[in-house]
Each structure stands twice: as structure tokens, then as C-alpha cells.
Design a protein. Structure first.
Length: 99
């Protein structure tokens, strides 16, 4: 039989009762975020010699000048993967919006 939905576009759904007694649907990005992180760790292990995510420097140096950066561009496959990660992060933000 068909029951209430529990996942929609990657978000967990659950019914909640508002203070005025109206039942509404609540969305949570937690399952999508967990799956996205798991997929990234798997990709890194499979494509970067078994290495997974590690703690690293997360802030830009205060004297960073992008116009002087001589780092080579990513190969197209890695650039494509990077773009897909940006899309995933964009969807995480959309799922977490409270408007």
C-alpha cells in the first residue's frame, strides 16, 4: 500500500503539528548531507590512493592574491567533479532554508 512520503528530493520528511493544530510537513537535509559526505569520501578513496577526507587548513591566508596565483588548472574530469560538488552544496543550502 502507499503510505506517507518519508523522503522527497533527498530531504527527510515528517509531519508536524503546529501550535494552532494544523498538521504540516517538515523537511530535514540531514540524510542528504550524510549521503553526500559518504559519496565524497568514497570518491576520494577510489580516486586518490585510498585517502579520505582529512583535517586541513580551512582559511585563506590574509595576504592571498588570486591574480598572482600560478596554480595549474584542474584537469577537466576534476573540474567537472568540483562543479558537481558546488551543485550538491547549493542543494544542501536550499534544503536547509527556513523561508
Amino acid at each position: 500500500s502507499i503510505g506517507d512520503p518519508d523522503i522527497y528530493l533527498g530531504a527527510k520528511l515528517r509531519p508536524v503539528t503546529m501550535e494552532n493544530g494544523v498538521v504540516a510537513w517538515a523537511m530535514s537535509a540531514s540524510k542528504y548531507v550524510q549521503e553526500a559526505a559518504s559519496n565524497v569520501e568514497k570518491y576520494l578513496r577510489e580516486n586518490f590512493d585510498g585517502r579520505a577526507l582529512s583535517k586541513g587548513i580551512t582559511q585563506w591566508p590574509t595576504d592571498y592574491a588570486p591574480e598572482l596565483d600560478t596554480t595549474p588548472e584542474l584537469p577537466w574530469k576534476l573540474a567537472n567533479y568540483y562543479q558537481s560538488l558546488i551543485g550538491i552544496l547549493h542543494w544542501v543550502v536550499e534544503l536547509g532554508r527556513v523561508d
